[in-house]
Design a protein around this ligand. Structure first.
Ligand SMILES: CC(C)(COP(=O)(O)OP(=O)(O)OC[C@H]1O[C@@H](n2cnc3c(N)ncnc32)[C@H](O)[C@@H]1OP(=O)(O)O)[C@@H](O)C(=O)NCCC(=O)NCCS
Length: 200
């Protein structure tokens, strides 16, 4: 049967949730998946997903998986926002190529990096320290092991400033250019035990 790709509709939500469920189980086994909740409540206020460090040259199966998953997420978001259907596969490959180029320049530690792939706090719960708690759940482990962390921020303002508060420093801009439509990502690295620069 041919496969049809279409924008997510109200009736698709239960199926989409069940697909996410399967992926989350996979992530629990292969990555570092954290949620933040208020004590006594089951409501998830924040989610963070990390990839464990991989030595240079090691196959990146988990990495590839999460990237395709993020593509799916982004695409659904784009479709909802713009009302368009279909996967923009070309842009995915442009992004992957730009990412590989940036990482080969930025990733100098052969032991690899803790890679923050997803971090989101519900708007109503932002700026209450939840992002910091989720961040420190892994940066403390990285510090104890003497490992660095890496991320690609999709926004410069205010995200780079927020990540700077956790000791990340801007390293390289990653530009994905699709015939004039450019999307920028900002790569940042956190050295072991790095702290935020002093504020005046
Ligand atoms: C980025 C995000 C995860 C941060 O989570 P959060 O719970 O709001 O962050 P915190 O409350 O822990 O704040 C962390 C630090 O950033 C600072 N900060 C928070 N919002 C800020 C803003 N808008 N501008 C500048 N600094 C800010 C805080 O003062 C805090 O610093 P401190 O701990 O040294 O005092 C959250 O804002 C978010 O989900 N944003 C939308 C989704 C997104 O962009 N995800 C990342 C994709 S790259």
């Amino acid at each position: 049967m041919p496969i049809r790709v279409s924008p997510l509709a109200e009736a698709d939500i239960p199926g989409a949730v069940s697909a996410i469920h399967i992926r989350c189980r996979w992530g629990m086994r292969n990555g570092i998946f954290h949620v933040a909740k208020e004590e006594g409540s089951d409501e998830v206020l924040g989610v963070a997903c990390w990839l464990r460090p991989q030595k240079a040259g090691q196959p990146q199966s988990w990495h590839d998986w999460i990237e395709s998953w993020r593509l799916w997420f982004n695409q659904v978001g784009m479709n909802l926002y713009y009302g368009r259907g279909g996967l923009n596969v070309k842009r995915y490959y442009i992004w992957k190529a730009a990412q590989a180029e940036a990482q080969s320049a930025v990733w100098t530690d052969p032991r690899g990096y803790y890679f923050l792939n997803i971090m989101v706090v519900l708007p109503k719960a932002q700026n209450r320290g939840i992002g910091r708690l989720m961040m420190e759940a892994v940066t403390k482990q990285a510090d104890a092991e003497g490992m660095s962390c890496y991320l690609e921020s999709s926004r410069d303002v205010p995200n780079m400033q927020i990540y700077g508060r956790f000791g990340f420093k801007f390293t390289k801009e990653l530009e994905c250019d699709d015939d004039g439509t450019a999307i920028k990502l900002y790569t940042m690295v956190r050295e072991p035990n790095a702290t935020a620069p002093r504020m005046n």
